[in-house]
Design a protein around this ligand. Structure first.
Ligand code: Q0Z
Length: 332
């Protein structure tokens, strides 16, 4: 991915790391805690590239706190890359690079990815009954049109993981839909079946890996797209704590809600503070920030089996100081 191809910055040197600053890039999407920028081939068609940047912002109860969690964006980006590299045998993915083409200021927290035509459904897989799935099950005995055994208790493992798609709501909450509605939205039932199979296989692979590291992957959400050749490609972030429910395996108990691996300190503190869970979310005290940061790093280290510092070193942001990037490794 040569920087000389980025016609937007003809005067830049050949070193991709020097090609641009973030402010030069057109912002094409922004979420509560991350941003997406166009890189080469601006336009809407698949085939160009994008820069996905994970911030250190954190949300609880759907509201973003004004206090960042240092390194959260880098942990999530490192985890996405870990899973992209481990699951390429199941389905192709959009990752191009975590180094080449990433602006110095965003190293470790950003990925260059292939631009896809995204499918208009969220591909949720559940291995445990919790959250909105638990609510739907209590009300109807089924989730996304899948009838479940009677007598399940909160947080119980399902006999087999289930594919429970939902709509992509612009504002507010995604709505659970059944497979047939998802297929109609996608416009291709056979493609939807391949997506569902890939999603369940990805979940099963990751859940087994996580369990061996003492972490339960209760559920997760994938987004897929089609590339410029019409090939199915896994996009977005994958199997991060923001797109998934990770629970510590020790202390897991059926019959109650489980603590979040990463966010529980913030939730506990926020609840004790008397916050009514309506925006604006309150600032987070520094001891809660430090504890939460440690949990994110622990999640990275447990799941990947390597020190978080290895990710920082590989992406050239170790130490994070003004001089840290020069002369650092450039491989991922
Ligand atoms: C991802 C999102 C984010 C806000 C669109 N490879 C791709 N090609 C085209 N579109 C997307 C992707 Cl991943 C795409 N989102 C979700 C990500 C900020 C929204 F970083 N929306």
């Amino acid at each position: 991915m040569a920087s000389a191809e980025h016609g937007r910055d003809a005067s830049a040197s050949d070193r991709v790391t020097a090609v641009t600053t973030l402010a030069d890039l057109p912002l094409i999407a922004s979420g509560k805690v991350r941003e997406m920028y166009a890189l080469e081939k601006p336009g809407e068609e698949p085939g160009g590239s994008l820069l996905m940047v994970a911030s250190d912002r954190i949300s609880t109860y759907d509201a973003v706190h004004p206090t960042p969690i240092p390194d959260k964006g880098r942990v999530l980006t490192g985890l996405s890359v870990f899973w992209f590299r481990k699951t390429g045998h199941i389905v192709a993915n959009h990752l191009i690079s975590a180094t080449d083409g990433v602006p110095d200021s965003e190293r470790g927290r950003a990925l260059v990815v292939r631009r896809l035509g995204m499918l208009p459904v969220e591909c949720v897989v559940r291995g445990y009954i919790t959250g909105s799935g638990w609510k739907d099950y209590q009300a109807s005995g089924s989730v996304s049109g899948i009838e479940l055994p009677a007598g399940l208790r909160e947080s119980e493992q399902l006999p087999d993981p289930i594919f429970t798609p939902s709509t992509k709501a612009d504002v507010g909450h995604d709505e659970a839909i059944d497979f047939e509605r998802a297929a109609a939205l996608v416009g291709d039932r056979e493609l939807m079946a391949r997506v569902a199979d890939a999603a369940v296989e990805l979940y099963s692979f990751a859940a087994e890996h996580a369990r061996a590291a003492g972490v339960i992957l209760a559920d997760t959400k994938f987004e897929f797209g089609l590339d410029e050749h019409g090939q199915l490609v896994l996009g977005d972030e994958v199997l991060t704590p923001d797109s998934s429910r990770y629970w510590p395996a020790d202390g897991y108990e059926v019959g109650r809600s489980q603590p979040s691996f990463d966010k529980q300190y913030v939730r506990d503190w926020a609840t004790a503070s008397g916050w009514d869970r309506k925006p604006p979310a309150p600032p987070i005290p520094q001891d809660v920030v430090a504890g939460t940061r440690a949990r994110y790093i622990e999640a990275y280290e447990r799941i990947t089996g390597e020190p978080f510092a290895a990710w920082l070193a590989r992406t050239g942001c170790a130490g994070d100081g003004p001089a840290a990037a020069s002369g650092s490794p450039d491989a991922t």
